[in-house]
Design a protein around this ligand. Structure first.
Ligand SMILES: C[S@@+](CC[C@H](N)C(=O)[O-])C[C@H]1O[C@@H](n2cnc3c(N)ncnc32)[C@H](O)[C@@H]1O
Length: 247
């Protein structure tokens, strides 16, 4: 796992946006506004603001579901005609990872993507999720020496510095995020210019005929230019790839 002192190099205070969070005992302290954030089992809790009422239900759901997530998602994937392994392969291809990339997965869940990526390509990987129950499962999926750091936080208020990641992935969750536009703005803020954001998610027949996917993705910052959009696995999943243009 990534050492906490290395993880703090990427962090900023989610309350004041100041970039100096220092380690003090079992917490992180913002040297600018004085806010203190707990570190539980090596994971800093930087959940601040947003996350309205609907997502609270999602959070409760995922906290309880975390333990069964991997087994049930595998079963769901094979029922609709693909496998989790095939999905990860497609995602890793789309990510075009290069050695030494710094990669963020927003809504990393049980870290199955990051566990897979970190075995394939050397780099620094950071997973953010709102649910402690899901993040706890990451320790089962990740190899001990993987350079992966975990952060509790909200997609709508990322506790990371501006323009610090080479790749950002929003996987299997844009549909659940309450403030989708805000989450896309945050993903864009933390991505380096010229680098790639990948979004993938499940779709239903209704999502497709109502144009819901396009509407969600259209509502993004103008710096994010769509490079490709594809349906996978008989249209159960879509992937969209964006480049952040230099503004
Ligand atoms: C279906 S799981 C996806 C996990 C993983 N990306 C994958 O593909 O296996 C969705 C995750 O999104 C997280 N989530 C939902 N809304 C969130 C938000 N606003 N901020 C951060 N995480 C959120 C949930 O806690 C859950 O772990």
């Amino acid at each position: 796992m990534l050492a906490l002192k290395d993880l703090t190099l990427f962090l900023q205070c989610p309350k004041c946006g100041h970039a100096n969070l220092s380690l003090s005992g079992s917490s992180l302290k913002c040297t600018h506004c004085g806010s203190v954030y707990r570190i539980v089992q090596g994971i800093p809790d930087l959940r601040v603001g947003f996350y309205g009422c609907r997502p609270t239900l999602w959070k409760l759901f995922y906290d309880a579901y975390g333990r069964f997530y991997d087994i049930l998602e595998d079963a769901f994937a094979s029922k609709v005609g693909f496998s989790e392994k095939l999905l990860r392969l497609e995602i890793v291809k789309a990510m075009e990872l290069e050695g030494n990339n710094v990669v963020l997965e927003i809504c990393t869940g049980t870290c199955r993507n990051l566990a897979y990526f970190s075995k394939l390509v050397d780099g620094t990987y950071i997973g953010l999720d709102a649910s402690p129950g899901m993040l706890r499962q990451c320790f089962k999926n990740l190899e001990e020496n993987a350079r992966v750091g975990l952060v509790l936080g909200f997609a709508e208020n990322l506790p990371f510095k501006d323009e610090i990641f080479d790749r950002v992935l929003i996987g299997g969750c844009l549909g659940h995020i309450a403030l989708k536009k805000r989450a896309l703005e945050e993903a864009c803020r933390v991505l380096k210019p010229g680098k790639t954001l990948i979004v993938y998610d499940q779709t239903t027949y209704l999502d497709r005929i109502s144009g819901k996917v396009y509407k969600t993705l259209e509502n993004r910052p103008s710096e994010l230019v769509l490079k490709s959009f594809r349906y996978l696995f008989r249209r159960h999943i879509y992937t969209a790839k964006f480049t952040k243009v230099i503004s």
